[in-house]
Design a binder for this molecule. Structure first.
Ligand code: NAD
Length: 489
């Protein structure tokens, strides 16, 4: 367990509690859930395991705050001021929050610190959008009528998040929802519940009214209780496509609006006219960054046959040089898998790929560091109909496929049920535009990978999701449009 005193200082509360209706509460039956530090493979924190009644109370608090509380009467300027304050607190506590998330999911402290330093930008960007005019005057062709639209908050939002970037993915929902004037019940992953509970301390300190932001913790059962509550107006889910379908069904039951940010099997296309060193570095970052546990991991390398060996050699050299180690050590370059099931899944998918005929060019096994560490892995000879080319691994495993023509490259890239992101590497500007236009993916990077920002819409085509986060479109997900006709006669 490490040093308890410093841990309770880090967490700011002992025991950790849920935040419901502006009050700190334990599970009503006293139930607990343990969070395991994947590097130490030890329980490092304990959180409440919400009962069905706790979930009902949280939705009730959010409903009451929306229907009767002061939140809907706030002006956009007042909401924006609170959001800016929260952004400042997020920056102030970035080192602490980064450390908590690293203990929860084993991601590198240095990556999380950078992420946390930037995360406040979501609050600032959406606080700005909150104060922009949202409606429009309609050019009416009816005599004596003045018509206009207003955009109003959708209402009470359930936000469900996965374990790979708990607060960042939550903030991508929270910031636009707050700007819109919604209230929320958040349920973080059972594997990484801690940072969202601690985040609630910042929300309280910023001075948001009770019931605007509520957190319940627990596993899929808690999630199911939440999404089936008919008092919700909207469910915003980030997670696997399998669970996305279950949640879409739950939403359909009550006609609750649903937006989904799901998985990916994103291609990186390497043409023979690219800068090979830059491409190799971008591909390595795209698949080994965050131990590959990223929805936008560039997991399919689609490379022109003539540069296949040159790229693979460079990638092997980069993989070999990666320093695996303690996520809290700033010198580490890759951490462990976040959970034991995830560790086992990665290795079993690599084994299945070998059985299908793929070749392990590098890695493919547990790293000498032991624990949940997997070596960065490069699989060559992958064919488009192999499972390893089709299913999300959510680990540092790159599948290499080859092509001969641009047309074939595009076909292979689009031959996926997913469509979250894609990268392409070429120095030919016409080709860059042509291919970017043909890829069925929500984000396309040319001679780059992984760049995201609060103002840039992000989301998936096909099974990678429904709806968009970030940018103005991300705000629209939390708004209803109302048309008002005024008889001026
Ligand atoms: P997951 O689907 O297992 O769980 C996500 C969340 O849903 C957790 O909080 C879980 O408790 C909850 N949940 C599970 N079943 C539920 C149900 N029936 N009803 C309500 N809630 C339920 O996903 P994960 O393993 O935590 O995360 C990895 C997945 O998330 C990957 O597929 C990854 O690609 C995806 N992801 C997508 C994005 C994106 O923006 N598109 C970002 C990060 C991760």
């Amino acid at each position: 367990m490490g040093n308890m005193t410093s841990e309770s200082e880090l967490l700011g509360q002992d025991p950790l509690k849920m935040y419901i209706g502006g009050k700190w509460v334990e599970a009503s039956d006293g139930g607990k859930l343990e969070s395991i530090n994947p590097y130490l493979q030890k329980i490092w924190a304990t959180v409440p395991n919400a009962t069905a009644g706790d979930v009902k109370a949280a939705v009730g608090a959010a409903r009451d705050a929306f229907d009767n509380g002061p939140w809907r009467q706030t002006t956009p300027q007042q909401r924006a001021a609170l959001m800016r304050k929260l952004g400042e607190l997020m920056t102030r506590d970035a080192p602490r929050m980064a450390r908590i998330e690293s203990c929860d999911n084993g991601k590198l402290l240095r990556d999380l610190q950078a992420q946390w330093r930037y995360q406040s930008e979501w609050m600032y960007y959406y606080s700005g959008l909150a104060t922009q005019p949202w409606g429009e005057v309609l050019p009416s062709d009816r005599a004596n009528f003045f018509a206009f639209t207003k955009r109003e908050p959708v209402g009470v939002v359930a936000a469900i998040t996965p374990w790979n970037a708990p607060c960042l993915l939550m903030v991508m929902k929270l910031a636009p929802a707050l700007a819109a004037g919604c209230t929320l019940v958040i349920k973080p992953s059972e594997h990484t519940p801690v940072s969202t509970l601690v985040f609630a301390q910042l929300v309280e300190e910023a001075g948001f009214p009770p019931g605007v932001f509520n957190v319940v913790t627990g596993g899929p059962e808690v999630g199911k209780n939440l999404v089936s509550d008919p008092r919700l107006d909207k469910i915003s889910f980030t997670g696997s496509d399998g669970n996305g379908k279950v949640i879409a069904h739950a939403g359909a039951e009550n006609l609750t609006r649903v937006s989904l940010e799901l998985g990916g099997k994103s291609p990186q296309i390497v043409f023979d006219d690219c800068n090979l060193d830059a491409a190799a570095a971008g591909i390595a970052l795209g698949i080994f960054g965050g131990t590959g546990q990223s929805c936008l991991a560039g997991s399919r390398l689609i490379v022109h046959r003539s540069v296949h060996d040159k790229i693979v050699d460079r990638l092997i050299a980069l993989a070999k040089a990666l320093k695996l180690g303690d996520p809290l050590d700033m010198a580490s370059e890759m951490g462990p898998a976040a959970t034991e099931p995830q560790f086992k899944k990665i290795l079993s998918m690599v084994k299945a790929a070998q059985d299908e005929g793929a070749t392990v060019a590098y890695g493919g096994k547990q790293a000498p560091e032991g624990g949940f560490f997997v070596l960065p892995t490069i699989l060559t000879g992958v064919l488009p109909d192999m499972n390893i080319a089709r299913d999300e691994v959510f680990g540092p495993v790159l599948s290499v496929l080859t092509f001969d023509t641009e047309e074939e490259a595009v076909r292979l890239a689009n031959d996926s049920r997913y469509g979250l992101a894609a990268g392409l590497w070429t120095l030919n500007v016409q080709r860059a535009h042509r291919v970017a236009g043909q890829l069925r993916a929500g984000s396309v990077w040319v001679n780059a990978y992984r760049v995201t920002a609060p103002y840039a819409p992000f989301g998936g085509f096909k099974h990678s999701g429904i709806g968009r986060e970030n940018g103005r479109e991300g705000l629209s997900e939390f708004l209803e449009t109302k048309t008002v006709w005024i008889n001026t006669d």
